[in-house]
Design a protein around this ligand. Structure first.
Ligand code: AMP
Length: 195
């Protein structure tokens, strides 16, 4: 399975991607986690990305495309993977298509998690209190949402037009959302005639 999770900050992408990856036994690949790790290590990439991430903007496409190119070439991604937080721009989506085309096939499905805006704010502010993420401050969350609407939301129609999108209601408890994702994927596979 090669899956992509789409959704605004606070939609539960990261949480659900990790849970689903464990159920499917494929790696959950998060460019946000990879970048945060680089920042922690103070590597050249981390030094470059830090201020951008803290302002809520996007790291340049070529940087994240390079990270993904290497990561999906790793042996553990051979059986499939789940992408969380990539692609985030049309350019990244096009690069992903090219990478996968050269790598024996395309995506199987794209899960679009949607959550009312009030819940997004509640969740990111709750996470700020728990995890202390620098980009979960209220001003930065507002900017990340704006960037999401402008740069990433167009991916929803792109993948819908490609027949890959499945919409999942991301509100409620973690386990409820996980069950909805399972049902959506099963329904999606049936509809695609692959089950
Ligand atoms: P996330 O954990 O996915 O919310 O990502 C945290 C931050 O990392 C984002 O606000 C961006 O600054 C950066 N980032 C993560 N993934 C990408 C991506 N695919 N393209 C550009 N920037 C990214």
């Amino acid at each position: 399975m090669r899956l992509v999770f789409l959704g605004p900050p606070g939609s539960g992408k990261g949480t659900q991607a990790k849970l689903l990856a464990a159920r499917l036994n494929v790696p959950a690949i998060s460019t946000g986690d990879m970048l945060r790790e680089a920042v922690r290590q103070g590597s050249p990439l981390g030094r470059r990305a830090r201020a951008i991430m803290e302002s809520g903007e996007l790291v340049p496409d070529d940087v994240v495309i390079g990270l993904i190119r290497e990561r999906i070439a790793a042996p553990d991604a051979r059986r499939g993977f789940l992408l969380d937080g990539f692609p985030r721009t049309i350019e990244q989506a096009e690069a992903l298509d090219r990478l996968l085309a050269g790598n024996g096939g395309g995506l199987d499905a794209v899960i679009n998690l949607s959550v009312p805006e009030g819940t997004l704010l509640e969740r990111t502010l709750g996470r700020a209190a728990l995890e202390g993420r620098a980009d979960d401050r209220p001003e930065t969350v507002a900017e990340r949402l704006r960037v999401y609407r402008e740069k990433s939301e167009p991916l929803v129609s792109r993948y819908r037009a490609a027949g890959l999108l499945t919409d999942v209601d991301g509100s409620g408890e973690i386990s409820e959302v996980a069950s909805r994702i399972d049902r959506a994927l099963a329904g999606f596979e049936r509809a695609a005639g692959r089950a």
